[in-house]
Design a protein around this ligand. Structure first.
Ligand code: ADP
Length: 218
């Protein structure tokens, strides 16, 4: 494989997502790139492929682009600009639309080994302290409440219903975040996910304790 230069891709993605306000900003991409590199090294997989896919993994996300086909075309042009060879480019473009979460009861799509690493990294960035912060940032950006005891979470059986979900932010823990630790592909990510999952459980216990104060204080 020819060594690609990730610089033009980093610059283009940074410019596009710098001011994104729902937790899918440039710093999310950078964290996913760093997590992907860590997992690729630990698992003995291709580092540059993982970094390229991490940089482009949001190219077709419905929350960020109106036209996924145009997003994929732009990703393809960026990969050309970076000097990525045809084989790798084909594999990366296959993986991009398959990375994102599609619902609690929707089976994950097939991915290459690189795709599995980047999906793990993307999901790790949805967990722990960062995951909690992103979830409330996302809810706030859509004008949603943080919690409503009268509005229970749903297990979405299709991507269409997942996309349309508009419940309070805390529902997202049950619709996605708490399910992720059992949907990791790599051993490296599974270990990190276990710790981040524990932190979220602790956060939720405390959240409900404070919400119900003072009833549970004896
Ligand atoms: P992916 O990154 O796999 O495409 P999503 O786009 O569904 O997954 O979610 C990315 C992050 O955006 C979530 O981990 C969460 O922080 C936030 N988010 C997405 N949907 C919701 C929602 N309905 N309520 C609260 N946060 C959400």
């Amino acid at each position: 494989m020819k060594i690609a230069n990730t610089q033009p891709i980093e610059e283009a993605v940074k410019q596009r997502l710098e001011n994104e306000g729902s937790g899918h900003d440039w710093h999310h991409i950078l964290r996913v790139k760093n997590l992907s590199a860590h997992i690729a090294r630990a698992e003995g997989e291709n580092l540059i492929a993982a970094e390229l896919l991490a940089l482009l993994h949001e190219s077709t996300d419905h929350k960020l682009v109106d036209d996924p086909a145009a997003g994929l075309k732009e990703a393809s042009e960026l990969l050309d600009k970076a000097g990525v060879d045809a084989d790798l480019k084909y594999r990366l473009l296959q993986d991009i639309p398959a990375i994102s979460y599609k619902g609690a009861d929707v089976k994950d799509a097939d991915l290459s080994e690189t795709g599995k690493i980047v999906q793990d990294a993307d999901r790790l960035d949805a967990l722990g302290a960062i995951g909690i912060a992103r979830t409330f940032a996302y809810g706030g950006s859509k004008g949603r409440s943080i919690y409503n005891p009268d509005c229970p979470p749903e297990k979405h059986g299709s991507f269409e219903s997942y996309k349309k979900s508009s419940g309070p932010a805390i529902n997202h823990f049950y619709e996605k975040l708490l399910l992720l630790k059992d949907r990791m592909h790599t051993k490296t990510a599974r270990e990190i996910a276990r710790k981040r999952h524990g932190f979220m459980i602790h956060f939720l216990d405390e959240f409900y304790r404070e919400w119900n104060f003072p009833e549970q204080m004896h």
